[in-house]
Each structure stands twice: as structure tokens, then as C-alpha cells.
Design a protein around this ligand. Structure first.
Ligand SMILES: [Zn+2]
Ligand SMILES: [Zn+2]
Length: 341
């Protein structure tokens, strides 16, 4: 059997280790993808730390994968060897629960499949995935750029386009990291009056370069007040991974304003009914998108010039890259490359 490299976690809380494995064979309804790039996402920590229920170890993390279809199992209509594809968080669904029957596959209640959690993800030379997980990557988009758009990208793009905000509305992106630096680009290109909120004055120039019309330094005062002064936001997408930080910007919501939490945090978001009743405000969440939403994200990115800012690292340095990401030192997305032609 031919061998490949994979970076796995042998048990919950264990280290990321480079191992040699047999190249897997796709079963019915599956394809094998020769991975060319895979972004490192904060949610990979769910696999590494075992914080997602029911993970079977050893497990290979990685749900920002992009590569080339290399082999087809039986019953995979519509895809062919050589297709350029991306694989994100959404890894398929049961197909028969109420959500699935409504076409809302992402909220599948019976068997939601997650790449790098339900089965092995993209920190490897090859990955076998259900056909439902595939998004087509446009020819004009590199694999390295496609990777982060498969999770950080679709999460910000899809939450914004479903937020109810309309062209010209004040929309804030809270946090300029892996998600936020894409969120600012999407918000500006969707025609929103875009406000970036981040810690420190030094990120202002970058925020403006990404397309932000305004910048709020959250360390310089009350960021909610500063946002309210600009007119109050119709939408705030909160990409920070801190409930406390999200609480601080709530005061910046305008009438019918909605804070949409994208960054996962165990800390509560503190909000009183008094803060939200009068202006019909709300606090909500949003979880990425299905594979067709990812495909829409990639197409929109090519159409409008949205690209992630990435730091490439070879697959064998996955543990180092993961550590940098967890220490909040990634600028802005670390992408593993497999070094294959
Ligand atoms: Zn992710
Ligand atoms: Zn379902």
C-alpha cells in the first residue's frame, strides 16, 4: 500500500504528531482529495482538546482543506477526478431529520458530520470525504487562499449576507484576526458602511486597507459608545473569542440592531433586557454554512478580490502552527502546505 503523511492527535489533549498512514480508499458516495493546503482554525482545538462530544481517536484535524479530487468511490455524480475542491466544517448530514428535509443541512439534528471531527480532516496528504462536503474552487483562486475561505471565510460571508443588513447600513466587525480580517473585506464589498473594532491603534491602517470605512480602538474607551456615536450598528459580527469583549460592544447596536456571535467562547455575553427592549435589539449566533455556501464564498471572493492574509507552513510544522494560532500570534491565518505538485 502507498503511504502518506498525516498529522494526528492520538488522544484528547494529546500533541499533534506527524505519522505515516496508508492512503485511504474512497467508499460509496465518497471522494479522495489530494490535499494541497489546509488552514489552521481555532475550532481545531475541539479535536485536539476533545471538547467536541463523541470524537474517536486517533483523529486528524483540519476543516479548511483545499486540493484536487484524486479518486472517486461509487455513486458520486457530478464530480470528477481533477476537480479543484475545498472541504470546510460542514461534512454532510443525515438527509432525513426535519432540518435536512427543509434543506437546512447545517442544523442537522441526527447525524451532523464535521470535517476533522466526525472523520479525518485536512492535516494530511490525502483526505477521503463525503461528496456532500465538496465545494468547487474557482480556477482563479489558489489552494492556499481557498483554505481559510472554507471556514473563516464562509462564516463571516454567510453570516453577513443573511444578517438582514442592507447596502449602506452601518455594520461592525469586532476583532481583526483570522475571521475578522475577512469579515471586514466582505462587509465593505457587500456595500455596508463598515466599521472595524479591534484592540490598539496600530491595527487602524490595516483595517482601512482591508476596506473598513471607520476604525474603533477598543482599548481607547468604551467601544460600544464609539459605535453608537457613528449612528449605531444594524449588525455587529463578533469574531473575538471572548464573551466579555462581546458584552463591551453591545451598547453600539442601533435600532433593530443585532449582535451576531461567531467566535466560540465559554464566557457568557452579559446583556440586560433594558439594553435590548426599547430598540428591538437582539443577540444571535451563526455557524458557518453548508458546502454550497462555501462555494458561494469562493466565487464572491474571486469576483470582488477578497483574499485571506496567510502565513504558509509545511505540513510537518503543524504543531508549531497550531501553537502560534492558539497563542493568538497567527497573522492572520496559518495555512499548511503539503509540498506536492
Ligand atoms: Zn473553523
Ligand atoms: Zn439531518
Amino acid at each position: 500500500m502507498a503511504k502518506m503523511r498525516a498529522v494526528q492527535v492520538a488522544k484528547a489533549g494529546g500533541p499533534l504528531e506527524l505519522v505515516e498512514r496508508e492512503i485511504p480508499t474512497p467508499g460509496s458516495g465518497q471522494v479522495r482529495v489530494k490535499v494541497r493546503a489546509c488552514g489552521i482554525c481555532h475550532s481545531d482545538s475541539l479535536t485536539v482538546e476533545g471538547h467536541y462530544p463523541g470524537i474517536k481517536y486517533p483523529r486528524v484535524p483540519g476543516h479548511e482543506a483545499a486540493g484536487i479530487v484524486d479518486a472517486l468511490g461509487a455513486d458520486v455524480p457530478g464530480w470528477k477526478v481533477g476537480d479543484r475542491v475545498g472541504i470546510g466544517w460542514f461534512g454532510g448530514s443525515c438527509g432525513y431529520c426535519d432540518s435536512c428535509r427543509r434543506g437546512d443541512f447545517l442544523t442537522c439534528s441526527i447525524n451532523p458530520q464535521v470535517t476533522g471531527i466526525s472523520w479525518d480532516g485536512g492535516y494530511a496528504d490525502y483526505i477521503v470525504v463525503p461528496k456532500e462536503a465538496l465545494a468547487l474552487v474557482p480556477d482563479d483562486l489558489s489552494f492556499v487562499d481557498a483554505g481559510p475561505l472554507m471556514c473563516a471565510g464562509v462564516t463571516t460571508f454567510n453570516s453577513l449576507r443573511n444578517s438582514g443588513a442592507r447596502a449602506g447600513d452601518l455594520v461592525a466587525v469586532h476583532g481583526i484576526g483570522g475571521l475578522g480580517h475577512l469579515g471586514v473585506q466582505f462587509a465593505a464589498r457587500m456595500g455596508f458602511h463598515t466599521v472595524a473594532i479591534a484592540r490598539g491603534a496600530e491595527k487602524a491602517a490595516l483595517a482601512k486597507k482591508l476596506g473598513a470605512h471607520e476604525y474603533i480602538d477598543s482599548t481607547a474607551g468604551d467601544p460600544g459608545k464609539a459605535l453608537a456615536k457613528l449612528g449605531g450598528a444594524k449588525v455587529i459580527i463578533a469574531t473575538v473569542t471572548s464573551g466579555n469583549a462581546m458584552s463591551e460592544v453591545l451598547g453600539g447596536l442601533g435600532v433593530d440592531g443585532k449582535l451576531i456571535a461567531l467566535g466560540a467562547s465559554p464566557e457568557p455575553i452579559a446583556v440586560t433586557s433594558l439594553q435590548i427592549i426599547g430598540g428591538r435589539k437582539s443577540v444571535a449566533g451563526w455557524p458557518s454554512g453548508a458546502s454550497i455556501d462555501s462555494q458561494d464564498t469562493l466565487k464572491f471572493s474571486v469576483l470582488t478580490g477578497v483574499r485571506p492574509i496567510v502565513q504558509e507552513m509545511p505540513l510537518e510544522k503543524a504543531a508549531e502552527g497550531y501553537k502560534l494560532m492558539m497563542e493568538n500570534k497567527a497573522r492572520f491565518r496559518i495555512v499548511l502546505t503539503m509540498g506536492q505538485s
